[in-house]
Design a protein around this ligand. Structure first.
Ligand SMILES: [Zn+2]
Length: 275
């Protein structure tokens, strides 16, 4: 499942390729699951729209669209929102490129290329929002400052790990990056959020930013593989310090890394370095 850094990298790659292009026509497949907005609404919104910006909100790729309409050529704004789910891919390719199995949408672009949405497991979602009013819930972890970060955890009796995964608080921090951030901040995943001091939360915010930024920087080198027509992703993985390293020695103190389950999700931590 692509996490925030992957989605950011994908959005940047797409921005380089399709910003300024106009969507000439849209083909949508028969499967209903990928369409969160009605097919007719998606087609009507996308067709003849110019892609003015591609960005990320939480784990969504968001295309800002503009269209001139009517005799007065007034411009209307809208957004195309793509959630990649588990296996969704956005490919920019030449029209003669073979259409992959599980292709659910094909956008013909004025540059002559096509933008295709492929998703074998169909957990991905396509939707549109009028007037550019799409707003994912929660706050962007890369934009939040300490003053807004601290109150998120005040009075919260849940484990800090659960609070980090709560999308209503922070947008898009997934399991891997939560574990890695907690390790760098020296906090156990089960620590009650409300018991963590201001200084420790400051350290945690720094750790979250570091981990996400490092992963985005690493992802940048492989983005062309991700959005090119073969679609095989090749993300350079952040060197995990705890995630997926159960029983392996901690990179700092050599004690074995522990794995526990919190709210159905695996959590990895060093019982010696994290308190
Ligand atoms: Zn350790």
């Amino acid at each position: 499942m692509p996490e925030l850094p992957e989605v950011e990298t994908i959005a940047r790659g797409l921005a380089n390729r399709v910003t300024g292009d106009v969507i000439e026509s849209v083909w949508l497949g028969q499967k209903k699951e990928p369409l969160k907005s009605p097919a007719s609404a998606i087609a009507a919104t996308l067709e003849h729209s110019r892609i003015v910006k591609v960005g990320r909100m939480g784990k969504h790729v968001v295309f800002d669209l503009q269209k001139s309409q009517g005799k007065k050529r007034s411009t209307s704004k809208a957004q195309w929102i793509v959630h990649l789910g588990m296996t969704g891919r956005l490919q920019v390719c030449e029209p003669q490129a073979e259409v992959a199995k599980h292709t659910h949408a094909i956008l013909k672009l004025s540059s002559g290329r096509e933008l295709r949405f492929v998703d074998p497991r169909r957990f991905g979602r396509l939707s549109v929002a009028q007037a550019g009013d799409f707003d994912a819930i929660g706050i962007e972890p890369l934009e939040i400052d300490l003053d807004r970060f601290l109150p998120l955890f005040r009075g919260r009796k849940t484990p800090i790990k659960s609070a980090l995964l709560n999308q209503r608080l922070l947008r898009g921090v997934g399991n891997i990056y939560a574990d890695e951030s907690l390790f760098r901040a020296g906090l156990r995943p089960r620590r009650r959020a409300a018991t963590i001091t201001r200084d420790q939360l400051a350290k945690l915010l720094t750790a979250i930013r570091e981990v996400l930024r490092e992963a985005i920087a690493l992802g940048g080198s492989s983005i062309s593989d991700y959005v090119n027509s073969d679609g095989e992703e090749g993300f350079f993985q952040l060197q995990h310090r705890v995630y997926g390293r159960e029983s392996e020695p901690c990179l700092v103190c050599k004690k074995p890394i522990k794995r526990i389950v919190i709210a159905g999700r695996s959590s990895h931590y060093c019982p010696n370095c994290q308190k």
